[in-house]
Design a binder for this molecule. Structure first.
Ligand code: 7TS
Length: 423
């Protein structure tokens, strides 16, 4: 069935104009290459990283062809052009997530670096012996390990809110773990391993009622959901460019201005200072205080182009298309004998983790790959979560705006071949 004829009304989505998936696909050159033995590529590993549209690729080429220069330094023409493009990108990001001011947008290497920045600056200043940091059982390692490192250093305690068998955070338990000792609460907007979309607005309100500061790991949120940090009232929100059709090696830390302002800098170096002498250094204003050294200028500019691209399609349209695919692919996968979906939350992003009776997930991935189908297999950087569900690993198909029902069908056909080989 062509996507243009699909109904786009997911369970919780209002009816929106259809996304023209064939037109979107034309923008992504890599989707038209073949892999392995002349196989059509079926790319279902979007939670790991998304493919890039020609618009983003062209913008990066144009930057290096016509604009390359360092930012915030030169009085010369190219430096002014590069600085303007870099700072315009900050405005694009500000608008994209509904921040109040450009000062609240810090460019980082990605979600991981953004979370580490908060742990190493806000955390080291504000978390002490006996304090607690609260996370949930479905976090990615990058929203576990930085807090563990902080807690180890400070003699603080890491608490973990449990999930039910569907992979939904138990809100009562989450609330019970919020006490006067809780200094910071960090959780994902959506889970990369299960797809669960957390009720983050409610969780933020509960955490604030306990006077805790809240960080949202938005790596799997911004690709699929409209984000408005002011409406959410989160204190920090972190995400990566490469999961929203932009380049790798760049991402964003949003922080409320007053909180960022009170935080000590992290890395020292060029651009983050106002003046340096051997006796004393004064630091630059926000957000530059947190951007030491030459940044990933081309990456930041490419990320802004990716955001413009998403905006041109419309996040509501993308979300409706993906929800439609989620319901279709879930239904089709459940027709397979012996397949069990891990992660059955009522609210999910288009991520489907599964196990197949009698077959190791690694073998599933390898046999699908021979057919040109790319999924991820393993623990998805969420080992504690795998333990919670008593599986060593899963296969994970994760969809993006350019995926189709035909590709979901190809996955099902591929899995049937896997079963032929193993049974
Ligand atoms: N948080 C979540 C929820 C993620 O899914 C990821 C990456 C990260 C943080 C880290 O982002 P990074 O850009 O700094 O690496 N998730 C995945 C994945 O699911 N497969 O590969 C990377």
């Amino acid at each position: 069935m062509s996507a243009a004829t699909e109904t786009q009304a997911g369970p919780s989505s209002r009816i929106v104009d259809l996304l023209d998936v064939e037109r979107v696909r034309r923008d992504f050159p890599i989707l038209h290459r073949t892999v392995r033995e002349n196989r059509k590529l079926v790319y279902l590993d979007n939670a790991a990283t998304t493919q890039k549209p020609q618009q983003v690729i062209d913008r990066i080429v144009r930057y290096y062809t016509e604009e390359n220069s360092n930012v915030h330094r030169g009085v010369h023409y190219l430096s002014e052009v590069a600085t303007a493009a870099y700072e315009n990108a900050r405005t694009t990001v500000k608008r994209f997530i509904g921040a109040r001011d450009e000062k609240e947008i810090v460019f980082t290497r990605g979600t991981t670096e953004a979370i580490n920045l908060v742990a190493q600056t806000w955390g080291r200043k504000n978390v002490g012996a006996g304090d607690e940091v609260l996370i949930t059982a479905i976090e990615h390692h990058s929203n576990i390990v930085p807090w563990q490192m902080l807690c180890d250093e400070k003699g603080a305690r890491l608490r973990v809110a449990p999930v039910n068998d569907a992979g939904e955070v138990l809100i009562d338990e989450f609330q019970k773990l919020l006490t006067s000792r809780t200094k910071l609460v960090a959780f994902g907007h959506a889970s990369n391993a299960l797809g669960t979309i957390n009720p983050i607005r409610k969780m933020i309100t509960l955490a604030h009622a306990a006077s805790a500061v809240v960080l949202i790991d938005g790596a799997q949120g911004v690709p699929h959901l409209r984000v408005d940090v002011r409406e959410l009232d989160c204190d920090f929100y972190a995400f990566s460019s490469h999961k929203i059709y932009g380049p790798t090696g760049v991402g964003v830390l949003y922080g409320k201005e007053a909180i960022l302002d009170a935080m000590p800098p992290w890395q020292g170096g060029g651009d983050m200072i106002l003046s340096v002498s051997f006796e004393k250094t004064t630091y630059n204003a926000l957000p530059y205080k947190f951007e030491a050294g030459t940044p990933n200028i081309a990456g930041v500019i490419g990320m802004a182009t990716a955001i413009d691209y998403m905006d041109s399609i419309g996040i509501e349209r993308i979300a409706a298309h993906e929800q439609n695919l989620l319901h279709y692919a879930t239904k089709r996968l459940l027709e397979i004998d012996g397949l069990r979906i891990i992660g059955t939350a009522a609210e999910k992003a288009c991520v489907i983790s599964f196990v197949l009776e009698g077959v190791h997930p690694h073998d599933i991935g390898t046999i699908l790959d021979e057919q040109g189908i790319a999924i991820r297999t393993g623990h998805h950087c969420a080992q504690p979560l795998m333990m919670r569900f008593n599986v060593p690993a899963t296969g994970r198909a994760s969809f993006a705006m350019y995926n189709t029902r035909d590709e979901a069908d190809a996955l099902v056909a591929g899995l049937e071949k896997v079963i032929e080989v193993f049974r």
